[in-house]
Design a protein around this ligand. Structure first.
Ligand SMILES: *[C@@H]1O[C@H](CO)[C@@H](O)[C@H](O)[C@H]1NC(C)=O
Ligand SMILES: *[C@@H]1O[C@H](CO)[C@@H](O)[C@H](O)[C@H]1NC(C)=O
Ligand SMILES: *[C@@H]1O[C@H](CO)[C@@H](O)[C@H](O)[C@H]1NC(C)=O
Ligand SMILES: *[C@@H]1O[C@H](CO)[C@@H](O)[C@H](O)[C@H]1NC(C)=O
Ligand SMILES: *[C@@H]1O[C@H](CO)[C@@H](O)[C@H](O)[C@H]1NC(C)=O
Length: 345
């Protein structure tokens, strides 16, 4: 603001200096002086009006961009648009493609693996997987911050790294991977860096529990020719994995479901101040184009695809060994709906 008003003054000072140099009678000088004064008042008022309406945002924009980086982003995008400069390679023609940071916050067996393959099928989205599954990366907050910095500086190499211009960059983070433990520092980081959070939950926590038990069984049993798979790409493989029917400890069932619910609501509360959306797996299964997610990440809308095949598709009663126990335990409780909802796939 100051710069502009000084410009106005300089202009008028010039006029002032020029005029009196002419050797003219006193009256004429006075007339010129009055004229100049009127001009000053007029120009000054025009200048301040401009400052009030147009000049201010432009000046702020220019200052921010000059200080931060040579690439342009509009004021409303700050702090969400970034121009990372990776240390390991050059972004070249993509250097001025703004990058938005996101994180998928979820729990195991909630569809986040499938969700991430959908996102990664977009040419401008890179989601780097479950990077905090490695314990050392989350052993203390400085290890966490260091890892986050590396990921968001585009220095994390994974199968999701793109040759195309990445404009949305993220990874998935499970609640039990240091996220809840260090939530205060992490929220501060997310807000400072403008990281947007995508919560992904599963409504039917009973189905989630079955998926956990089946997956943990397969870690030992390795049903697919001696290899363990958490996600599969063919119906045949899915059917093999779905053959296993776990037994659910009915004493622990309700405490387990309650605990999961509490984590969910705690997480949403902790991360409430971040820019975020909450998604449910059950809804995504119906609307796999994820248009609202693409909009949230500000990427051009595209058709998304995943090769993953759903493992458990049969009615719940076919998937649990002790179905009668489970049914009796949940009947008449707030969790009763979990017994009834089946997918129409
Ligand atoms: C944090 O964890 C990393 C990796 O495990 C370790 O190298 C580092 O010494 C730890 N730092 C602190 C301050 O404990
Ligand atoms: C998406 O990627 C394509 C291919 O690299 C690139 O031309 C385009 O500018 C990118 N768009 C955005 C919005 O990042
Ligand atoms: C497992 O082995 C069978 C034959 O024994 C083969 O047809 C199938 O492709 C194998 N599957 C995997 C996942 O390797
Ligand atoms: C269920 O879990 C409880 C507590 O861990 C245990 O005491 C009980 O034996 C388990 N019941 C079955 C049927 O495994
Ligand atoms: C999140 O914050 C908003 C506004 O600050 C508040 O209305 C809402 O209840 C909060 N939600 C949770 C889950 O804390």
């Amino acid at each position: 603001m100051k710069e502009t008003s000084e410009d106005c003054w300089n202009l008028n000072k010039d006029t002032l200096f020029v005029k009196p140099q002419k050797k003219s009678p006193l009256v004429l000088r006075m007339v010129v002086l009055v004229f100049v004064m009127i001009c000053i008042v007029y120009i000054f008022s025009v200048c301040s009006k401009q400052i009030g309406t147009y000049a201010r945002p432009r000046i702020v924009d220019i200052q921010v961009n000059v200080i931060d980086q040579p690439c342009q982003s509009s004021e409303s995008e700050i702090p969400y648009a970034h121009f990372p400069e990776p240390t390991t390679y050059s972004r070249e023609e993509c250097a001025c493609t703004p990058v938005r940071y996101f994180v998928i916050l979820s729990m195991q067996r909630s569809g986040s693996g499938w969700f991430e393959t959908l996102l990664n099928s977009h040419q401008n989205i890179s989601s780097n997987g479950e990077i905090f599954s490695v314990r050392e990366r989350r052993s203390n907050i400085s290890a966490i911050i260091q890892t986050l910095d590396k990921v968001y500086n585009l220095d994390w190499r994974s199968s999701a790294s793109k040759n195309e211009c990445t404009s949305a960059l993220g990874f998935k983070w499970m609640f039990n991977q240091g996220l809840m433990e260090y939530h205060e520092e992490i929220v501060e980081y997310f807000n400072r860096k403008g990281v947007s959070a995508i919560f992904l939950f599963r409504r039917n926590l009973l189905r989630r529990l079955i998926s956990i038990l089946a997956n943990s069984y397969d870690q030992k049993a390795k049903q697919l020719n001696g290899t363990h798979k958490s996600h599969v790409h063919s119906r045949d493989e899915a059917d093999i994995l779905a053959r296993y029917k776990p037994e659910i400890n009915s004493t622990l069932l309700i405490p387990n479901l309650k605990h999961t619910q509490e984590w969910t609501s705690d997480a949403v509360e902790y991360f409430n101040s971040t820019r975020h959306i909450v998604l449910y797996y059950e809804d995504l299964v119906k609307y796999t184009n994820l248009l609202h997610v693409q909009e949230f990440l500000k990427v051009p809308a595209m058709q998304l695809t995943s090769r993953q095949v759903k493992i458990h598709t049969r009615p719940l009663s076919d998937q649990v060994t002790n179905w009668d126990d489970v049914y009796k335990t949940l009947k008449g409780t707030e969790y009763e709906t979990f017994l009834n909802t089946d997918y129409q796939l």
